[in-house]
Design a protein around this ligand. Structure first.
Ligand code: SF4
Length: 369
């Protein structure tokens, strides 16, 4: 066992997303891999393991902690202008070649990523909520690594955050199970899901299964979570117009009100040969989303280069409702009732009840804690 494994195994608790099988084996139900784990073995994510017939799961630390504008997650229809205390742990159930957080997400899966343990900081759920309050963050978000694999830890924090009047969110690859979503549902308001491709062969390369992610989008929406979907448009991987049409049609079939963010890729980790996504490719993807009937399509990661695709417009009268530049809100016009002030159309999302208090301007940058 490596030092990092020992360090992480110490920071665990008994998991509750689990089924007991014969001969001390366990089935983990935190993500759609549904690993069967024999005594002494680990799940695909490496951070959940079977110790003498008990599932041990990560608890009591963060490896990343910062206050982000909620627009950075990205959420465009969830309390715009708010600060979100964002925390991550170590590990992932996928191994995406272009991961921008691979140093923390691939810990225990890639020896080069074991340096992620250097960022580890022990902390309690009560301390997390206190830090959020001290930093005027009204949202807590589990993000940076895959939050589903540490659902028990998130729920312990979110319970306290909810009692303190805060709202909570997940930024996830969507490889969820109904069990995990139902456990989260009482505490979670918003769920951002990556739809990385519409080709199952692409998902297999990343360590997932397309159907599981599509099912999660549907289930999360049916459970009443506020869902926003992101597709990182990677040239040569998923930017074929037919594939983007498939993604947009699928989302519109679940709900036309699901915001779809098409965002720009840059080379990282193992995927260094595909070129940066040009603004024109985001424009093409956004045009497809709008033609497919989606009411809210955004282009991200290229602030100031994607025209009006950073803003929110009323789908009924086309009035400008939220004007953005990057993570900064420049103007906000949605009413306290969440409607368009011009035509009264209900704008889907979770909106501030005091529009005058929405922060306009500012740096729009993360703050490390
Ligand atoms: S979270 Fe997913 S990958 Fe990790 S042990 Fe559970 S089922 Fe396996």
């Amino acid at each position: 066992m490596t030092n990092v494994q020992q360090q992480l195994d110490r920071l665990t608790t008994q998991g509750s997303l689990v089924e007991v099988l014969a001969e001390g084996a366990l089935r983990c139900t935190a993500c759609a891999h549904r690993c069967v784990i024999k005594p002494g073995r680990r799940g695909i994510c490496q951070v959940r393991f079977n110790q003498d017939g008990e599932l041990r799961v990560p608890w009591g630390y963060v490896a990343a902690l910062q206050v982000d504008p909620v627009e950075k997650k990205p959420f465009s229809h969830f309390l715009p202008g708010s600060d979100a205390l964002s925390f991550g742990m170590l590990g992932c159930d996928f191994h995406c070649g272009y991961c921008q957080n691979w140093i923390t997400s691939q810990t225990l899966r890639d020896p080069r990523a074991d340096q992620g343990a250097n960022y580890l900081r022990e902390i309690t759920p009560d301390q997390m909520v206190r830090i959020a309050r001290e930093n005027q963050a009204s949202i807590l978000v589990s993000t940076y690594n895959e939050p589903l694999i540490t659902t028990e830890w998130a729920v312990d924090i979110f319970k306290r955050a909810k009692m303190a009047g805060m709202q909570c969110a997940f930024v996830s690859n969507g490889n969820a199970t109904l069990e995990a979503l139902e456990m989260l549902r009482p505490y979670l308001s918003a769920y951002k899901i990556d739809l990385k491709s519409m080709q199952d062969k692409n998902y297999r390369k990343l360590g997932g299964v397309l159907k599981n992610v599509l099912d999660s989008i549907q289930k999360a929406h049916q459970l009443g979570l506020w869902v926003e979907v992101v597709t990182l448009v990677v040239p040569g991987f998923n930017d074929d117009p037919e594939e983007l049409w498939d993604a947009a049609r699928f989302l519109a079939s679940v709900s036309r009100d699901i915001p779809w963010h098409v965002t720009a890729y840059h080379p990282d980790y193992h995927m260094t040969e595909n070129p940066n996504t040009p603004a024109s490719a985001l424009q093409t993807a956004a045009d497809i989303g709008q033609e497919a009937g989606l009411s809210y399509v955004y282009a991200g990661n290229l602030p100031g280069r994607v025209g009006s695709l950073e803003n929110t417009y009323c789908p009924q009268c086309s009035g400008l409702l939220v004007q953005r530049h990057g993570y900064v809100i420049q103007d906000y016009q949605i009413t306290p009732q969440g409607t368009c002030p011009s035509c009264g159309h209900a704008i889907a999302g979770i909106w501030p009840d005091q529009p005058n208090a929405v922060r306009l301007g500012g740096w729009g940058l993360p703050r490390r804690i």
